[in-house]
Design a protein around this ligand. Structure first.
Ligand code: FES
Ligand code: FES
Length: 165
């Protein structure tokens, strides 16, 4: 069957098998290997992308179901050579170690900041509750999101003094 969707702003059409998962479509058919495939049980969240602006686990969506819709992957976070604030936050606050979970974390937390610019620690932890990180530990991930929120609000100097954002 043929499927057409918009991925990172570009219309793409490919011939696929009906059972193909979106994560494999992105990685194997489009070469967008930033989206990771980490489990067979829909638990790890490394595969999170946006589907029509909402984070979804792309291993739970058939590529055919994404036909006619808009997909955004981690490759689209950087714009014109500039890292997104959330990427800078993870870099500044050591929100990653091996980086395997990071694409999913970034897409989920970018979506969180878009709808909730100043999330509490609880809201951040709730947002990433469907994501597994095996090595960094969640404290620095939460701190990274707080850094990005403060940066976008123009209050990051407050964070540097050790005050709560
Ligand atoms: S690959 Fe683990 S939740 Fe999708
Ligand atoms: S940074 Fe290694 S799994 Fe999260």
């Amino acid at each position: 069957m043929q499927v057409t969707m918009k991925v990172n702003g570009n219309d793409v059409t490919r011939e696929i098998e009906g059972r193909l998962l979106l994560v494999h479509f992105l990685r194997d058919h489009l070469g967008l290997t930033g989206t990771h495939w980490g489990c067979d049980t829909s638990n790890c969240g490394a595969c999170a992308v946006w589907l029509d602006g909402e984070p979804v686990k792309s291993c739970t969506v058939l590529a055919a179901m994404a036909g006619g819709h808009e997909v955004r992957t981690v490759e689209a976070l950087e714009q014109r050579g500039e890292l997104d604030t959330i990427q800078r936050g993870f870099m500044e606050c050591h929100g990653l170690q091996c980086g395997f979970c990071t694409p999913g974390m970034l897409m989920t937390t970018r979506a969180l900041l878009d709808r909730c610019p100043s999330p509490s620690q609880e809201e951040i932890r709730e947002a990433i509750s469907g994501q597994v990180c095996r090595c960094t530990g969640y404290a620095t991930i939460v701190r990274s999101v707080q850094w990005a929120a403060a940066e976008e609000a123009g209050t990051r100097t407050t964070l540097a003094t050790g005050e709560t954002p």
